[in-house]
Design a protein around this ligand. Structure first.
Ligand code: SF4
Ligand code: SF4
Ligand code: FES
Length: 240
């Protein structure tokens, strides 16, 4: 056991964690995948999407913003939690426009990959078919607002990694939308294609121009292995 480490239990499996780790970080390190959308290992957690909700010591809590603690008892992989997570993914699908078969991100999209992993077949809730715009004002990047799932990764990356304030949210609740710090579109912001914010979107809302289809369908990240496999592989590797 590493000095200062402590133990907690996830779905009956005892794992080791370190001080300062959140539940999701401790599970990632131990090779246990907790589904997530807004969480990204390079960014401060935001607790926006609720996909990572687990039952922690008997109560629902977001694994990305809950510090790991000695003796915690966590339920992650249960039929009810899978159903709840599928419900969140379904809501995101019907709230935007997501024609996966001809989307540039198909096979490399975390929303789509989670839909597959959680067994989403066809949404039960009605599609809302919003009419949102595409912003192609930037020479190297375009924004397709139809795909935005309001995860805030771009906001956090722009602020904390790029030292800019390109993205923000406006409004609250169901009218909350992504906005920019320039009225004339992305082309008027300081955004650059090398920015972290340009490459951290989990869906096809922030897209680098002229890069589409450089990896053909069938050879993309989640075409090859399901989302979470990289994390789960750590556990398989550590087993004797
Ligand atoms: S962003 Fe993802 S979920 Fe949306 S249409 Fe594209 S592949 Fe499908
Ligand atoms: S543009 Fe992408 S990264 Fe930014 S909030 Fe929308 S989905 Fe998240
Ligand atoms: S991943 Fe934890 S709330 Fe989104």
């Amino acid at each position: 056991m590493v000095k200062d480490s402590f133990r907690l239990t996830v779905d009956g499996v005892e794992i080791e964690a370190m001080p300062g780790q959140s539940v999701i970080e401790a599970c990632d390190a131990a090779g246990i995948y907790i589904p997530r959308l807004c969480h990204h290992p390079d960014l401060a957690p935001a607790g926006h999407c609720r996909v990572c909700t687990c039952i922690i010591n008997g109560r629902n809590a977001s694994a990305c913003v809950t510090p790991a603690a000695h003796g915690m008892v966590i339920e992650n992989n249960t039929p009810q939690l899978t159903k709840d997570r599928r419900g969140i993914i379904e809501m995101l699908f019907v709230e935007g426009n997501h024609p996966c078969p001809y989307c540039v991100a198909s096979g490399d999209c975390e929303l789509q990959a989670l839909g597959y992993r959680l067994g989403l077949v066809a949404p039960i809730q009605p599609y809302q078919w919003p009419g949102r715009k595409i912003d192609a004002t930037h020479p190297d990047i375009y924004l397709d607002y139809d795909r935005c799932i309001l995860c805030s990764r771009c906001i956090r990356a722009s602020k904390m990694e790029d030292g800019k304030t390109v993205f923000g949210f406006e409004g609250r609740g169901i009218v909350m939308r992504l906005n920019l710090d320039a009225a004339g579109g992305l082309g008027e912001t300081e955004m650059a294609a090398i920015d972290k914010a340009a490459r951290i979107c989990p869906v096809a809302c922030i897209v680098i121009k002229r890069g589409a289809y450089s990896v053909p369908d069938g050879g993309r990240r989640f075409d090859i292995t399901p989302i979470g496999s990289d994390i789960e592989a750590k556990r398989k590797e550590s087993k004797p």
